[in-house]
Design a protein around this ligand. Structure first.
Ligand SMILES: [Fe+2]
Ligand SMILES: [Fe+2]
Length: 184
């Protein structure tokens, strides 16, 4: 059986596959799903404030559109939990709480206008990147566990998060960052 060289070099620390490994991975998978559904629900509550505080019309629209997408992502996760026969109750996600707190302080420290908009984009992109990392892992876990339908649903959300991130970058490059710099 062929193995990559860098796997072999770590053989002293290698965790041997046990019969319970799949069970352990499934448990981790469910835990991380509970984390992300909490995070998405927290976002549904937080995004309207972000949109209200944005000045640039295209940024406001982008956030409002992503709010609708996020609401649908919560529904998609509920479906994932149903398919897995698990409760969709979330577990507090400290990472998302921290990211949202950071977004809050940007609103406190800035006045309405291009600089605040740049701050909102910055906070939003950190959130999107957290989601991209989370869903990337979840898709991989679902595939390893043979949960193909679940993997497909999570992949749809992953694609949406990547689109949201790209949209934010576009908004930043095309208007806001330049205006923010000119305000100096
Ligand atoms: Fe999301
Ligand atoms: Fe998102």
């Amino acid at each position: 059986m062929e193995k990559k060289a860098n796997n072999q070099s770590h053989s002293s620390r290698k965790v041997e596959a046990k019969p319970s490994a799949a069970e352990g991975l499934r448990e981790l998978f469910i835990d991380e799903l509970k984390d992300i559904i909490y995070a998405e629900r927290a976002l549904v509550k937080a995004l309207p404030k972000m949109a209200n505080n944005a000045t640039d019309a295209s940024l406001k629209t982008a956030i409002e559109e992503h709010l609708a997408v996020t609401e649908n992502q919560v529904e998609r996760l509920v479906k994932v939990f149903d398919l897995l026969g698990e409760s969709n109750r979330g577990v507090k996600c400290d990472a998302m709480e921290g990211l949202l707190k950071e977004g809050e302080s940007i609103l406190e420290e800035t006045e309405a206008g291009p600089v605040r908009d740049a701050g909102i984009i910055s906070a939003s992109q950190k959130i999107e990147h957290y989601e991209i990392a989370s869903y990337g892992t979840l898709v991989a876990f679902a595939k390893i566990l043979g949960e193909e339908e679940v993997a497909g649903l999570l992949q749809e959300t992953l694609d949406e998060e990547k689109q949201a991130d790209a949209k934010l970058s576009e908004t930043a490059y095309h208007s806001i960052n330049i205006e923010a710099a000119e305000e100096e």
